[in-house]
Write a protein of this length. Structure first.
Length: 158
């Protein structure tokens, strides 16, 4: 069974993430969406809230697990017996960051494989940070995130 891990902060989940999730399902038997705590970022949603939102957004798929972890991605992938990690690639900026991460993870575990999936053109400018910035400034994020996320953001800001 081919297991892929899709790691991230998902704060919040965007349409770009959903596109990578749906296309990843075509090349694996099971996809594990792993919510990581990023110590460098101040979170908008708690890890529990993010997991709840993601579970709701992907509930029509029966071969997706939603999990959380604090620790290294390398340890997590080994623990899950995953074949590879998949990440979305929007731009040359992502490319530089992701190749560095992939090489570091390979150093930590020589069996660690990273797959970079080119984001759909229509999602190439969407980021969780931009969504948060729009939301915190009173803008409408409905074009960029699944409905469940837009609703959760509204409730959080109430
Ligand atoms: O959605 P993000 O914030 O770009 O996701 C980044 C994430 C969570 C994939 C990255 O920060 C990560 O791998 N965190 C786990 C900690 C780790 O393994 N660090 C060592 C690699 S440099």
């Amino acid at each position: 069974m081919k297991i892929l891990v899709f790691p991230g902060s998902f704060d919040p989940l965007t349409n770009g993430h959903i596109d990578i999730i749906e296309r990843s399902l075509k090349i694996c038997d099971k996809l594990v969406i792993a919510v990581f705590t990023n110590v460098a970022k101040k979170p908008f949603f708690t890890v529990e809230e993010r997991m709840k939102i993601i579970k709701e957004a992907v509930r029509k798929y029966n071969n997706i697990d939603v999990d959380s972890f604090s620790g290294t991605l390398s340890d997590y992938v080994e623990m899950k017996n995953a074949n590879a990690v998949i990440k979305g690639l929007r731009s040359i900026v992502d490319y530089e960051y992701e190749t560095q991460m992939a090489l570091i993870n390979k150093c930590l575990n020589s069996d660690f494989e990273t797959l970079l999936m080119i984001s759909d053109e229509k999602d190439s400018y969407i980021s969780s940070s931009a969504v948060k910035d729009i939301a915190l400034n009173g803008g409408n994020v409905e074009k960029f995130v699944p409905a469940v996320v837009a609703e959760a953001i509204k409730n959080k800001l109430k």
